[in-house]
Design a binder for this molecule. Structure first.
Ligand code: AMP
Ligand code: MN
Ligand code: MN
Length: 321
């Protein structure tokens, strides 16, 4: 059973690094912070945490979040006994932290993306789980590791954010039971809800309103998309995670089947966030080397924003919508 293999490998590893994915969300951050707490409490050892992107202010309340280092403050020549990735669908989602993953004596990949191909020595992937946080809750319970309030706060945050506050179709009985377990430990849902969903800056909300106001529609309004340019982010002084939740707002329109947001990374590189009501958008994103879940996926395209839109629309039009 892979759970006990995880127990053994953590026990025998002196130095451990946990890596989250680039442009982190509540699931990968809740998961990395939960791993830090559980390893400290159950194995009496400190692990190290790494994320290549800036941590959104929204998640500053998570226990252990200040332990997360960026690659700039990390000695890249180091070699770890064990590197664990959480919520990382594919190796390139680690960004340049992959250098440390590739050198590790042993690697573990804990995830829930259906497109995850199992790139580590030990792979614990549950595509039926709502979130990586739910996978971790199963592991911790399965191994009888004590979940304290700090760990529960992290896992609840992971499940809450990846289910879109318990609204998406990954809101299963098991996901809710896992979240309820965390509430039984002492997590206060309304406090976490306020920290995540009612703590946006004025600039952030006004920026999203601007992006929504220039939404384009096609295919009888079944496709809705908008763009996010660097100059606009600067103009509004919007935060790094300014696009978080934006695609969902376009999907909220009754006629929308597929919604996407194209964000300019640089002149020839764009990030696509795609959502749908029933069509498989992970499959569309995989065409561009990305992936994710059936109804929520993403990819990075080596093109300008305009060319990326053209290519994505071409792929969408090849399918029945
Ligand atoms: P996002 O649109 O960035 O919120 O991502 C939606 C979902 O797709 C999340 O579960 C991501 O982890 C996943 N995803 C986003 N970009 C990629 C990518 N390039 N490769 C694989 N999965 C991705
Ligand atoms: Mn994620
Ligand atoms: Mn996730």
């Amino acid at each position: 059973m892979s759970y006990s293999q995880l127990n053994d490998i953590i026990k025998s590893s002196k130095n451990i690094l946990v890596i989250s994915h680039i442009n982190p969300d509540g699931d990968t951050l809740g998961s990395i912070c939960a791993m830090s707490e559980i390893i400290r409490n159950n194995f009496k050892k400190e692990c190290e945490l790494l994320c290549v992107s800036k941590i959104p202010k929204t998640y500053e309340f998570l226990p252990n979040i200040s332990k997360i280092k960026t690659l700039e403050s990390f000695d890249k020549s180091r070699e770890f006994d064990l590197v664990i990735t959480v919520d990382v669908a594919a190796p390139d989602r680690m960004g340049d932290a992959k250098i440390l993953f590739d050198k590790a004596k042993s690697t573990t990949n804990i995830d829930h993306h259906k497109t995850n191909k199992g790139f580590a020595n030990l792979n614990i992937i549950d595509p039926d789980a709502s979130s990586c946080g739910e996978v971790l809750a199963d592991i911790f319970k399965g191994l009888d590791w004590k979940i304290n309030l700090e760990t529960a706060t992290c896992l609840y945050t992971a499940i809450l954010t990846d289910t879109g506050s318990f609204r998406y179709d990954n809101t299963t009985e098991k996901a809710l039971k896992s979240a309820a377990d965390m509430i039984a430990i002492g997590v206060k849902p309304s406090e976490i809800y306020k920290k995540i969903y009612e703590s946006s800056s004025k600039n952030h909300v006004l920026f999203q309103a601007y992006c929504i106001s220039k939404t384009e529609f096609c295919e009888n309004d079944k496709v809705a998309y908008t763009t996010v340019f660097k100059k606009d982010i600067e103009k509004f002084n919007a935060p790094e995670d300014c696009t978080e939740g934006l695609t969902e707002k376009l999907r909220a329109i009754v006629t929308t089947e597929i919604a996407f947001v194209v964000r300019q990374l640089n002149a020839n590189m764009s990030k696509v966030s795609m959502r749908s009501k029933s069509k498989d958008v992970a499959e569309i994103c995989e065409v561009f080397g990305g992936g994710g879940h059936k109804l929520a996926a993403g990819c990075v395209v080596k093109c300008s924003v305009e060319d990326t839109i053209k290519k994505i629309l071409e792929e969408i039009k090849k399918r029945e919508i």
